[in-house]
Write a protein that binds this ligand. Structure first.
Ligand SMILES: Nc1nc2c(c(=O)[nH]1)N=C([C@H](O)[C@H](O)COP(=O)(O)OP(=O)(O)OP(=O)(O)O)CN2
Ligand SMILES: [Zn+2]
Length: 147
């Protein structure tokens, strides 16, 4: 088994409802996401993907369409809180709003990212690990063996 990793960045705003610190205010991060998948490299001279667990380009396509293109330059808010109305107001004024069914912390974003990626991976490839940096010094990790 081999693990391969692709790294993504996206610029996203979020706001933490009822949080007791500065992040209760709407603010943004340059998120950095590490996506690691595992599988056996293809061993077939006739296959154009010979030697690969999966083409890095295929991971890019999945993560871009499921996460990066959806969350980039959007604001994530907790739709189960009064921030839903804040989102509706912003949307009305032309802003890109993502309504989450969770508090948009690094931890919950990792759960959402894992679910979205897992649903799109080919059967013989599995999601092994995710790392999501909110800042250079703050990040969360998702391990397949813990979940
Ligand atoms: N466990 C978590 N704690 C915090 C989260 C989170 O998602 N999970 N999020 C925030 C804020 O949104 C934001 O990320 C600020 O975090 P923090 O590391 O405290 O921010 P700094 O600006 O101090 O970051 P430095 O990199 O140290 O400059 C808060 N907590
Ligand atoms: Zn934040």
């Amino acid at each position: 088994m081999i693990r391969i990793t692709k790294i993504f960045t996206f610029e996203t705003a979020h706001v933490l409802y009822n949080y007791d610190g500065k992040c209760k205010n709407m603010h943004g991060h340059s998120y950095k996401l590490f996506v690691t998948v595992k599988g056996k490299p293809i061993n077939d001279m006739e296959n154009p993907k010979n030697g690969m667990v999966v083409d890095f380009g295929d991971i890019k396509t999945i993560v871009k369409s499921e996460i990066v293109d959806v969350w980039d330059h959007a604001v994530l808010l907790n739709a189960l809180s009064p921030h839903k109305e804040l989102g509706e107001d912003l949307e009305e004024k032309g802003h890109k709003v993502i309504y989450c069914s969770f508090q948009p912390t690094c931890e919950n974003m990792l759960y959402a990212i894992a679910a979205k990626i897992k649903s799109k991976l080919p059967a013989d490839i599995s999601l092994a690990y995710l790392k999501l940096h909110e800042t250079e010094n703050s990040y969360g990790e998702w391990f397949a063996e813990d979940n």
